[in-house]
Design a protein around this ligand. Structure first.
Ligand code: FES
Length: 150
């Protein structure tokens, strides 16, 4: 009879041990999971396009530029002082700031650390280590399309 009481106490102790262990694991998971979900950004479900409409013909006067969205990244469309349309990624090759067109310089400029790129996207002054990636520009009626160079 004493054996049965000990056995019963032991199984109750085991139950409590597993129950509390499980509760602790659930608590730890409920704390850790949101932190891990916050730290790991979700994968973008937005597909990366190969071509986007960046503007309308006549929208940009010569010696000006505009930023457009190429998927989830910025691009820059330029109408050169000679009236030629060109497009590049607008992400500076130094530390990923968004570049802009400076009418007074007549070239692309990055405000973050005074980086300069010429109208071919070549880094010409400041800290940027590489040229900007150039895109193809094509016209379809009065729309300006930009696509990746394949
Ligand atoms: S991020 Fe553009 S010059 Fe530094």
């Amino acid at each position: 009879m004493g054996k049965n009481v000990n056995k019963s106490k032991r199984s109750r102790r085991n139950f409590l041990k597993y129950f509390l262990g499980g509760s602790f694991a659930a608590f730890a998971f409920s704390v850790i999971y949101p932190v891990v979900k916050f730290l790991i950004p979700p994968k973008s479900s937005e597909p990366i396009p190969t071509s986007v409409m960046a503007g309308m013909v006549g929208e940009l006067k010569s010696n000006s530029g505009k930023i457009f969205k190429f998927g989830n990244k910025p691009g820059i469309l330029i109408n050169t002082p000679q009236g030629e349309l060109r497009a590049f990624t607008a992400i500076c090759t130094h530390l990923d700031c968004t570049v802009q067109y400076r009418e007074d310089f007549q070239h692309i400029w990055c405000a973050c650390h005074n980086g300069h790129y010429n109208l071919n996207g070549i880094n010409i002054a400041g800290p940027p280590p590489r040229p900007l990636t150039q895109y193809n520009v094509s016209l379809k009626e009065d729309q300006i399309f930009v696509s990746k160079v394949s």
